[in-house]
Ligand binder design. Structure first.
Ligand SMILES: Nc1ncnc2c1ncn2[C@@H]1O[C@H](COP(=O)(O)OP(=O)(O)O)[C@@H](O)[C@H]1O
Ligand code: SF4
Ligand SMILES: [Mg+2]
Length: 375
């Protein structure tokens, strides 16, 4: 797709998000930047624990609350102290660098329609969240209310944001039907009065997508929308997402650790490990000719049939990524992939690489990109 720089819907700049835990600060997102344009679908692809969901939570303005709530259940004096310091730093208008200490919570910028979402208060955020920016959560069992029918639940999204009482009942019901139809739920007319237990898992997921769309958002964030469903259903869900994108021209951020999902839905993709985007570019470029050692290893660890054939032809072996991801409670001085990389040199352990645009619209976080062998 041709990217129009004038139509940036979301611009994430140097985003950082740290949780508290009993073991100390969890460095979930370590300075991530990317843009999503109108009508564009951008994927975040990477291993479990890489920080993808934390980015979604940060954009939605939910990171701090979730993280605080989680840490208060495991509360110890140190986590309380760190959050208190964060509050103090905010009051003084200081970042953690200016404050002189790593602190929990979100920092950086999340630009949406000319405003930095990280500077808005709860009331302003609530207006945007669920209407202009919507979220399709992972897994459905917890997300839908089993006691209320899907027509009511989908309509509720619109009512909740109708603060000026502008909507009429018939308008809402019409939109509900149209939207459930858009995600290809069969027999909507008959089934809209049914409750979630009467729907299959894949149908539930499409109801959630409908709920995320009914307000005609500018941006939809979908977090692992096809995990926990079988391959046939994955196809239907992805299909529904594609139809919706074409119809509504919305920007989408799609989070997944599944290469097929990313390949079939995203125009561009950022590959993530250890809280960093290590490679970002056109999906086709990144998945077919990956430039970063992590992307190569990650794709190799779960190869497509075509890749398996190529690997065999070259007499190579399929292998997983050696070793474990770095401990997120430890601050890393160098490259986040250094301990697992076949191409590591001293510089990689000493200095974090710059995130560089090495070709037009193609970014890499690696000291040695230019010296690596062809893929
Ligand atoms: N509420 C939380 N409190 C503490 N640590 C968390 C919390 N949520 C996630 N983490 C940690 O933050 C890191 C990033 O997690 P997450 O954003 O969920 O990654 P992904 O979605 O890529 O799997 C992981 O190390 C994870 O264990
Ligand atoms: S910077 Fe070094 S360790 Fe990191 S991916 Fe590049 S070559 Fe490997
Ligand atoms: Mg996740």
């Amino acid at each position: 797709m041709v990217v129009n720089e004038n139509e940036v819907t979301l611009k994430v700049e140097n985003l950082r998000a740290f949780h508290t835990s009993k073991k100390g600060l969890v460095r979930a997102v370590n300075g991530v930047s990317f843009k999503v344009h109108r009508g564009e679908s951008v994927g975040l692809f990477g291993e479990s624990g890489a920080g993808k969901t934390s980015i979604a939570m940060a954009i939605l303005g939910m990171f701090d609350d979730l993280s605080r709530c989680y840490s208060s259940t495991a509360a110890n004096e140190e986590t309380k102290r760190l959050w208190a310091l964060r509050d103090e730093a905010r009051k003084k208008g200081l970042t953690s660098t200016e404050f002189g200490k790593d602190l929990p919570g979100v920092e950086g910028h999340v630009w949406f329609k000319g405003r930095d979402l990280l500077t808005l208060d709860d009331k302003e955020l609530r207006k945007i969240r669920g209407s202009e920016i919507t979220y399709v959560p992972q897994g459905t069992t917890k997300s839908l209310n089993p006691y209320s029918n899907i027509e009511e639940q989908t309509a509720e999204v619109l009512w909740a944001h109708d603060e000026d009482d502008e909507l009429e009942e018939w308008q809402v019901m019409k939109r509900v039907l149209q939207t459930l139809d858009l995600v290809e739920l069969s027999d909507v007319d008959l089934r809209k009065g049914m409750k979630p237990p009467q729907f299959s898992v894949g149908e539930d997921q499409r109801v959630l997508i409908a709920m995320a769309l009914i307000s005609l958002p500018a941006l939809m964030i979908a977090d692992e929308p096809t995990t926990s469903v079988d391959v046939g259903l994955q196809h239907r869900i992805l299909n529904a997402i594609q139809i919706v994108r074409n119809e509504l021209d919305l920007a989408m951020l799609l989070i997944s650790n599944n290469q097929g999902t990313i390949a079939s839905t995203c125009d561009r993709v950022g590959v993530m490990t250890a809280g960093h985007i290590v490679e970002f570019g056109d999906t086709e470029r990144v998945l077919n000719k990956p430039g970063h050692p992590f992307t190569r290893a990650f794709i190799m660890s779960n190869p497509s049939m075509e890749l398996i054939r190529k690997i065999r032809e070259k007499g190579q072996k399929i292998r997983g990524i050696p070793g474990k991801p770095p401990d997120p409670t430890q601050k890393i001085m160098g490259c986040p992939f250094a301990e697992r990389c076949d191409f590591v040199k001293d510089i990689c352990r000493e200095k974090i690489p710059d995130y560089r645009e090495v070709e037009s619209n193609y970014w890499i976080l690696c000291h040695r990109y230019e010296e690596l062998p062809e893929w």
